[in-house]
Design a protein around this ligand. Structure first.
Ligand SMILES: C[S@@+](CC[C@H](N)C(=O)[O-])C[C@H]1O[C@@H](n2cnc3c(N)ncnc32)[C@H](O)[C@@H]1O
Length: 300
């Protein structure tokens, strides 16, 4: 865990083997498939620029192929390095190491943003959502996945007294340090406060039950999940919820030239070389480490 004065604590994946410890060969093909079904349903098919917040090792990034440019933001440089090895370099992908409370990106830069399996690490959700709103262009699309505290299994466990926390209590529950489950109503209120309008809600991973996953092929279970995801419009009792929200702020159109925004002074005018970005406003210097823009801390 990394702490700094202005930033809430960060769940640091640096050096972790998230890909092999959680996904590859770990019996989660079902979860991966159902998330792809939901994303396909919610994503705008094409667009100019998309921000993937908490991109990790780039598991879902190829889903965004309809966008001309994808910015992968993650606090962990080692995760971004793995993403770079999977996806390659070039103009299509931009790799940015930074925390989601201070994205070093200009206002109104993106027509879409996604945040999958990531907001559950956020202690200060309103701050994250304000930043997402800032970097989205007016009417931009935000696809948010969050872990649902009011899911069927949690309700049953609570009624059988096998769980102390109340799944109906709207406040987030931190079940492990820096891992939060959220009540759907609470998350909807935070989105509205941040000027988002919820357009669509899908419930996902209904059949995340070890016995079912052992007995039935992942593709069959995923197809069944796909058939019931739309019920999220009325009730949300699955462990994972996907939301498509539209950003409703009125604001100036994006600047045609601004891209990075200095985390120290918010300036957007840069002197750049292959290995260094220097802010022309405050002089802060940020490393470009082998294709990864490192905004975690300035060089001086
Ligand atoms: C559970 S992984 C999900 C990765 C990817 N979205 C996926 O679904 O495969 C969570 C990711 O969020 C990143 N993360 C956690 N806290 C962060 C923060 N404060 N700022 C930026 N990224 C963060 C981690 O480094 C990690 O890569």
């Amino acid at each position: 865990m990394t702490l700094s004065r202005e930033t809430p604590p960060i769940c640091d994946y640096e050096g972790s083997n998230y890909c092999t410890d959680f996904w590859e060969g770990r019996g989660r093909e079902y979860e991966d498939l159902v998330e792809r079904i939901a994303l396909r349903r919610l994503l705008p098919p094409t667009g100019q620029r998309l921000l993937e917040i908490g991109a990790g090792f780039g598991r879902l990034t190829p889903m965004y192929n309809g966008f001309e440019q994808v910015v992968l933001l993650d606090y962990s440089k080692s995760q971004l390095r793995q993403a770079q090895a999977r996806l390659g370099r070039g103009d299509r992908y931009t790799y940015v190491a930074a925390d989601f409370y201070h994205p070093p990106l200009a206002d109104s830069l993106f027509d879409a943003a996604t945040m999958i399996r990531t907001i559950h690490h956020a202690q200060d959700v309103p701050l994250v959502l304000r930043q997402v709103r800032r970097v989205l262009a007016p009417a931009g699309t935000f696809i948010l996945e969050f872990a649902n505290k009011r899911h069927l299994k949690a309700i049953l466990r609570y009624w059988l007294r096998r769980q102390t926390w109340n799944p109906f209590d709207p406040e987030p529950v931190e079940f492990v340090e820096l891992n939060f489950d959220f009540h759907p109503r609470w998350m909807a209120e935070r989105l509205r406060e941040a000027d988002f309008t919820i357009e669509r809600r899908l419930t996902v991973s209904h059949f995340r039950v070890p016995l079912l996953k052992r007995c039935l092929p992942a593709r069959l279970l995923a197809a069944a999940d796909g058939l019931v995801q739309w019920t999220g419009r009325w009730w949300q009792l699955s462990p994972s919820v996907f939301i498509r929200a539209r950003q409703d702020k009125l604001g100036p159109p994006p600047s045609p030239t601004a891209f990075f925004r200095c985390p120290r002074c918010t300036g957007t005018d840069w002197h750049s070389t292959e290995s260094l970005l220097t802010c022309r406003t405050c002089g802060a210097r940020w490393a470009v480490d082998d294709g990864i823009y490192d905004f975690k801390a300035p060089l001086d």
